[in-house]
Design a protein around this ligand. Structure first.
Ligand code: BES
Ligand code: MN
Ligand code: MN
Length: 450
């Protein structure tokens, strides 16, 4: 695999590792300088390939924009990716340092290796491959690599509006997710949306002695647990009134297609170290992951967490809750519904406040498109087999705006795997997936030119 006369894998690896060494954590305000360094790194690389490249400031982290428009009469392809990464915490869980890329068993371990520096850089090297081979790109190419995806892409939408003419394109290509399985090249045709809220519960005006006050005073942690326990019923259905309004039900045709994919519940459970997969009754695992909305507590705090025991009733408690959405749902509306319901559940003596943090629209793409056919052909050239068509449970908040603001269809050609463990400690990217990703990118541009 990954045979190509012009693919210098050692050089492609070394360059990616340099990018992975930059701790571009968008959520961490102490790393603003690193964010700019990562953006400059990409600009300089694209510039060296003969792209017209620049770094644009936004109200948040900078955007890298580059273009090479030397294929008159051919389509224009915009490649989107993100150079920001998730925080490395919990750092102690990493076997090797998160920002010192280390190769073990054919994988490079580093934060951002698969999400999304490795996948975005595969496209940069894919363009390089074509330039070193044919000397020119077969289509017009624009790169848009942002630095705020992991914090909700707040400033990218205004950027798209301001640069809508310049960003005009026929199709948008994104590699920022996982293939269905190691030996299954995948075109992803749907993303879940996201509504994310934070819940604050206030009890007494100060922490209290749990002996002097316990049994009489309100306990915000107990109250929070009560609230959370009411958000899903026994069947795994979310109880927020109106939550399911408008949800597009899965068609029998789609359910049938997913049943045909090589998925095994026992294997899936074993891969995450559990022996059961609880979820909404009446739906298979893939249906729950790709086609059904859900609600999960992502963080929870309150009270004493130090060593030993401290007898105290906390004055405050809180939680962070993500809700993954499917087509037919709107993140703002869902956040409003969640706020009203959760606040209405406040147990006696507590004050509950719900804050809407950020979100993203769900998307589903048309399977019947010439772009998807081109991706299928490109993947077949690389992997020797036809692509599977899958949806995914994750979210890429800007995708919906690509369609509404730029009016272009989005093509998701994922290069990673779930086992890369994005967002987890010891995130990695298989080097053969990276190299195949470079070929996929190059062949995709060739196929899109046809
Ligand atoms: N690359 C992911 C999106 C993704 C995850 C696609 C899993 C396919 C499978 C992206 O970087 C991400 O983490 N998105 C966030 C969005 C949020 C921060 C607004 C997500 O899904 O949690
Ligand atoms: Mn990503
Ligand atoms: Mn991510």
């Amino acid at each position: 695999m990954a045979n190509h006369p012009h693919l210098d894998t050692a050089d492609a690896d070394a360059e990616l590792f340099d990018l992975l060494r930059i701790p571009s954590v968008s959520a961490d305000s102490t790393r603003r300088g690193d964010m700019r360094r990562a953006a400059d790194f990409l600009r300089a690389k694209l510039d060296s390939l003969g792209f017209t490249a620049r770094v644009d400031d936004t109200a948040g982290h900078p955007v890298v924009y580059a273009e090479r428009l030397k294929a008159p009469g051919k389509p224009t392809v915009l490649i989107y990716g993100h150079y920001d990464v998730q925080p490395e915490a919990p750092e102690a869980e990493w076997l090797t340092p998160p920002f010192e890329p280390t190769v073990r068993d054919g994988r490079v371990y580093a934060r951002g290796s698969t999400d999304d520096k490795g996948q975005a850089y595969a496209h940069v090297r894919g363009a390089q491959l074509l330039l070193e081979g044919a000397g020119e790109l077969p289509v017009n190419v624009k790169f848009l690599i942002e630095g705020e995806e992991e914090v909700g892409s707040r400033n990218l939408e205004p950027y798209l509006r301001a640069h809508a003419d310049e960003l005009k394109c026929d199709v948008i290509v994104i590699s920022d997710g996982s293939r269905f399985a190691k030996d299954v090249p995948t075109v992803t045709y749907g993303l879940r949306g996201l509504a994310y809220v934070e819940v604050h519960v206030q009890g007494a005006s100060r922490d209290l002695h749990s002996g002097s006050y316990g049994g009489a005073a309100p306990n915000p942690i107990n109250a929070l647990a009560t609230i959370i326990s009411k958000l899903k019923d026994e069947e795994g259905r979310i109880t927020i009134p109106g939550f399911y309004d408008g949800v597009h039900e899965l068609t029998e045709q789609e359910r049938g297609m997913w049943r045909g994919l090589p998925h095994d519940d026992a294997e899936f459970a074993a891969s995450i170290g559990v022996d059961a997969l609880p979820g909404e009754a009446g739906y298979s695992t893939l249906e729950r992951l790709w086609g059904r909305p859900t609600l999960d507590v992502n963080g929870i705090w309150g009270g004493y967490q130090g060593e030993g025991s401290k007898t105290v009733i906390a004055a405050k408690a809180g939680a962070k809750i993500s809700m993954r959405l499917v087509p037919g749902q709107d993140p703002h509306r869902v956040a409003e519904l969640a706020k009203d319901y959760i606040e209405s559940l406040a147990p006696e003596g507590t004050k509950v406040e719900v804050i809407d943090l950020h979100g993203g629209q769900p998307v589903a793409m048309d399977l019947d498109s010439p772009f998807i056919a081109a991706a299928d052909r490109a993947l077949e050239r690389v992997y020797g087999r036809r692509a599977a068509f899958a949806r995914t449970g994750g979210s890429i908040p800007i995708v919906a705006a690509f369609r509404t603001i730029l009016g272009a269809p989005v093509l998701l050609v994922d290069m990673g795997l779930n086992e890369d463990a994005p967002h987890s400690p010891n995130e990695s990217f298989a080097l053969d997936d990276y190299h195949n990703g470079i070929l996929t990118s190059a062949y995709l541009l060739e196929e899109l030119a046809k």
